[in-house]
Write a protein that binds this ligand. Sequence first.
Ligand SMILES: Nc1ncnc2c1ncn2[C@@H]1O[C@H](COP(=O)(O)OP(=O)(O)O)[C@@H](O)[C@H]1O
Ligand SMILES: N[C@@H](CCOP(=O)(O)O)C(=O)O
Length: 313
Amino acid sequence: MISIYAPASVGNFCVGFDSLGAALAPVDGSLLGDVVHIEHSEQDRFTCTGPYADKLPGDAHENLSYQCLLHFREHIAPAMPAAALTLEKRLPIGSGLGSSACSVVATFVALDQFAGTQLSQEAMIELMADFEEKVSGGRHYDNITPCYLGGLQLTADIVPNKALSLPVDERWYYVAAYPGFALNTAKARGVLPKQLSMHSAVEFAQRLSSFCLLMQAGRFDEALVLMQDDLAEPHRQSLISGFAEAKQALPELGAELVSVSGAGPTLFAICKSLDDAKTCQQWLTQNYINEHGFSHICKLDNLGTRAVSQGAK
Ligand SMILES: Nc1ncnc2c1ncn2[C@@H]1O[C@H](COP(=O)(O)OP(=O)(O)O)[C@@H](O)[C@H]1O
Ligand SMILES: N[C@@H](CCOP(=O)(O)O)C(=O)O
C-alpha cells in the first residue's frame, strides 16, 4: 500500500494573484491536507472516505481523484496493474485551502509511484493543472505547485519549469482560519473584474517583482510591507462574512498581515511571534469561526506532497 499526503496551500499569498502560493504545516504536527492510498486490486476501484467525503458528489465520476485515475489509466499508463484508490478527504471543499488541488496532487503522485512512470516535475504540474482547472473556473498553478513541491512558489505557465521556489523568513507564523462555510472558487473568480487599468497592471507587476526580489535577498521585513492585494481581495471581501472586521482587529493584536487565503473564505495572518499568533487565533476562534470551522498556527510545509505511514493523523 502506498499512502500519499498533500498539504493545504495559500493561493495568491496576498501579493501574487494566480502566481504565488505557499504550503502549510501546522506547528502541532497535525496533517492539514488530503491523503490518497493506493494498492493492488483485481480491478480498478475508487473509495472516498474522511471527514469531508460526504460533501463531495456521491457519483465517483464527479470526484476529481477518480477522474485522475481514469485519465492516468487511459492516457499515461494503460499497462498499470489494477488499483484500489482511496481518497481520504480531510480538507473542506471551497475553503480557500486548495482542497481540489490537494486531491489532484496526492492522486497523481500516488499513481505515478504505483505505476512507476516517473513523470517529470513539469509534466506532473501540467497534468495536475489540467484537473484543477476543471473545477476552479480558470487555469492557475498557485495551489498545485506549492502543494506538490512545498514552500513558497512563484508559479505560472511562463515561469521556467512552472515553478521557482522563494526563501521565506523562518520566524513567520501563519494563522489560517477556516470560518466553516464554503465559497466556491469559480464563483469567487466570477466577481473579479475582467480587465485592469494600466495603472493597476503596472502597480501589480511592480509589487510582485519587488516582493520576490526582496524575499530572494532575505530582506523579509521590507517584503512584508509590500504585501497588499488590490486585485482580488477588495472584490471578494463582501463574500466573506467577518473578513473586514478581522482585517481591522488583528493588526492591533500583533498580525503583520491579514489577507484572504486563495479565493477564501479562509483568512490567513502573518505574525512574527508564536504569542502573537496565539492571540490572533484566539480572536478568530471567538469572532470569525463558526461550529464547522477551525484554525491552525502554521509554518510553511517545505516537504510538499510525500509518502506517509498509513493512519497518519
Ligand atoms: N476530490 C475533490 N476535492 C475537492 N473538490 C472536488 C473533488 N472532486 C470534485 N470536486 C468538486 O470540485 C469543486 C471544488 O470547489 P472549489 O471551490 O474549487 O474548492 P477548493 O477551493 O477548496 O479547491 C466542488 O464543486 C467539488 O464538488
Ligand atoms: N488564485 C486562485 C486561488 C484559488 O484558491 P482556492 O484554494 O480558493 O481554490 C484564486 O484566487 O482564484
